[in-house]
Design a protein around this ligand. Sequence first.
Ligand code: SAM
Ligand code: SF4
Length: 342
Amino acid sequence: MPDIIDLKAPETKVPTSLLSDAMGRRFEYLRLSLTDVCNFKCSYCLPDGYRKANGAPTNLNIDEIARLVRAFASLGLWKIRLTGGEPTLRREFIEIAGAVSAIPGIRRLAMTTNGYRLAERAQSYFDAGICAINISIDSLEPEKFKQITGHDRLAEVLDGIEAARAAGMTDIKINTVLMRNLNHQEIDDFLNFVATRNVSLRFIEVMRTNDNPQFFKSHHLPGTHVAKRLDDLGWKQLARKPGAGPAVEYGHDAAKGRIGIIAPYSQDFCATCNRLRVSATGKFHLCLFGDGGIDLRPLLASDSQYEELVTRIVALTQTKAPSHLLHQGDSGKTPHLASIGG
Ligand code: SAM
Ligand code: SF4
């Protein structure tokens, strides 16, 4: 096991993560799901809405979450993203955010949200330590937004972007799932949206999960479709920043914002994977499209299990598969991304 970083030492620069896998990929970033519950019904994720599974375990409590994050932080992991389901539906959301952001070694706390009540709550999120936010917007047409999400809330979500900025968040990203015949006709509208706003909008290829094979077949569109349009309009691919995730980013001299493309079906997508995930109930997922996850909860019951927890995280991370098997039509055991935290 590598030496654990001394979290009490004075902070200088961001430490290099000690967490790596057999391929040499290093991990500085954890996506932590707080709940699998969601109030939206996105067509590619929970088209029939959230349904509680019988006998499902309870979510990790704040003490368990704090032990988990402390263990990851001691290995040099410095960025956490709170996600779900819809993380803001967790009653103790603010308390959890405050506890996580206060853990020594955590330099950056981010969240991903569908934007529900963001306009009124953005300030409380920022005050709890959240400095970066990804907001999901799959259409800029109110009717289409409603058709995709089941909610007539586009205006409210757009207000949320402004509220996040006014609250002090400087890293604001929009997640847009790219869907043939649903929103692919809106690509230019999204580019115009970004032209006047300092945001990064990422087109994400719709991913196949166990619950959506038919939807995937009808609506998947390769990210190259967007790349071609960007090229035609004079957008230029930006240099990859060190430690950047799998998004390929583009900029344009005349645009305030940036465009990203996340294309999990493209070649070598997994080579730059810097993501680890823990589900709301404590399952460690090394890949979105892996098996059911490995339960860390038995090691989160008491502070005295810290060393054992760290050792287990290090050993499991080493076993991360080189690549998903989506090309072979195998999307693992994930029913939908709300179940483990997309
Ligand atoms: N509920 C929050 C939201 O929608 O932003 C956070 C959780 S959601 C699972 C995280 C991100 O995953 C969202 O941007 C969503 O659009 C994306 N997502 C969900 N299912 C997907 C799929 N099958 N393919 C591609 N992206 C997906
Ligand atoms: Fe909910 Fe997010 Fe899934 Fe949409 S993508 S149903 S908002 S968890």
